[in-house]
Design a protein around this ligand. Structure first.
Ligand code: NAI
Length: 350
């Protein structure tokens, strides 16, 4: 039995993670969920947006399924984490958001985001099948920002050889296992010569160990243009943290929207699965959210723990519901609610 920490999150989080839990349990997978709160409800009920109970649970399970958590725009909002260092001294670390705090504290160094067309889902393109690898631990997301004076702010961008090599090796090994053949490195090394230059060179150097994978590179702005013009020509993308975040939302738009894009944050001995999308405050609590991205994140989780058969069953049930188009959410061109779409998937699994 695999124990999985379930973090419902904010906004549409409880709706889409609740739907996912029902679907996973109906699939017969040997999974047990342990629910813990993070986000606004945790702040209200436990006095902290990311309570120690979350880390205690993940320390036991080494696996999490997370709903999105809300982060205010601007201001000095920070997530503070108190942890013991190697010598047992209490140390406080702070991060710009709950998602970043979890990824950093748990050592989840790569974010894998597959984006592809699904039959029955309306979209502008029909041959998209992209695998995005986003570096998950550094770049401008280290949260080192400060006001220099009232009218000037600065942020520090960190790119290291060690973190780049780690994410690039993960990407090459993952592609080798899946038989994917072409990797495009996205960067801005023409302007950020040292940071993005190091990212590009490190990934290119490592590519020599994987001769069967064709490697090319694009400046990230040109990459965005080409992705919109001819997305079917790309196979896999490797990107530093910030570009990876932006390009994966763009890629989700190519196949029908944010409701479709799943994700996996993976580290050496722990993994956390979450959709690309956020808390969608405009539709939260209205039974309109598409649960598909979180369900597909759970399918990635099932494959990760060796429950591939259950993952395949869920993907097949979901594909049938999408093809039939009777019970799909408004973003997929239907008029069903989150709950009805979930029931339709569960019915197919029975
Ligand atoms: P968002 O992804 O929440 O929403 C963007 C648009 O996509 C909205 O129109 C929304 O209705 C739609 N959308 C998103 N997910 C959908 C779904 N499952 N079904 C149907 N439509 C969906 O992005 P936004 O508005 O920029 O962020 C809202 C909040 O979410 C912010 O506080 C942000 O910090 C947070 N966020 C959290 C993430 C995480 O915890 N991993 C990731 C991204 C954003």
């Amino acid at each position: 039995m695999h124990n999985v920490t379930l973090i419902p999150g904010d906004g549409i989080g409880p709706e889409v993670t609740g739907a996912t839990r029902d679907v996973v349990l109906a699939s017969g997978a040997a999974v047990r969920f342990e629910e813990v709160l993070a986000g606004q409800r945790a702040e209200r009920e436990a006095g902290a947006p990311l309570p120690a109970a979350v880390f205690d649970s993940i320390a036991r399970t080494r696996l999490a399924l997370k709903g999105p958590t809300q982060t205010p725009f601007g201001g000095d909002y920070r997530i503070h984490i108190e942890r013991k260092d190697a010598e047992g001294r209490l140390e406080t670390r702070s991060y710009p958001s709950i998602a970043i705090a979890l990824r950093k504290e748990l050592g989840l160094y790569v974010n894998v985001r597959p984006v592809r067309n699904y039959p029955g889902v309306p979209s502008r393109y029909d041959r998209v099948d992209l695998l995005i690898f986003r570096e998950n631990s550094e770049d401008l997301y280290v949260g080192m920002e400060r006001m220099i004076d009232e009218g000037t702010a600065e942020a520090i961008k960190i790119i290291s050889l060690r973190a780049t090599e780690r994410v690039a090796r993960f990407a090459f090994d993952y592609m080798r296992r899946l038989g994917r053949h072409k990797l495009t490195i996205g960067h801005k090394a023409n302007v950020m010569k040292m940071t993005d230059g190091l990212f590009l060179k490190t990934a290119q150097d490592l590519a020599k160990e994987y001769p069967e994978i064709e490697v090319n590179q694009r400046v990230v702005d040109a990459l965005c243009m080409e992705l919109v013009m001819k997305p079917e020509e790309f196979d896999a993308l490797l990107l530093p943290n910030l570009y990876g975040d932006i390009v994966s939302d763009l890629a989700a738009g190519l196949v029908g929207g944010l409701g479709l894009a799943p994700g996996a944050n993976i580290g050496a001995d722990c993994a956390m699965f979450e959709a690309v999308h956020g808390t969608a405050p405009d539709i939260a609590g209205k039974d309109r959210a598409n649960p598909m991205a979180t369900i597909l994140s759970a399918v990635m989780l099932l494959r990760y723990v060796g429950e591939a058969a259950a993952g395949d069953r869920i993907e097949k049930a979901l594909a049938e519901v999408l093809r039939e188009k009777r019970f799909v959410t408004p973003d997929l061109g239907g008029d069903a609610g989150t709950r009805r779409m979930t029931e339709a998937i569960v019915e197919k699994l029975q």
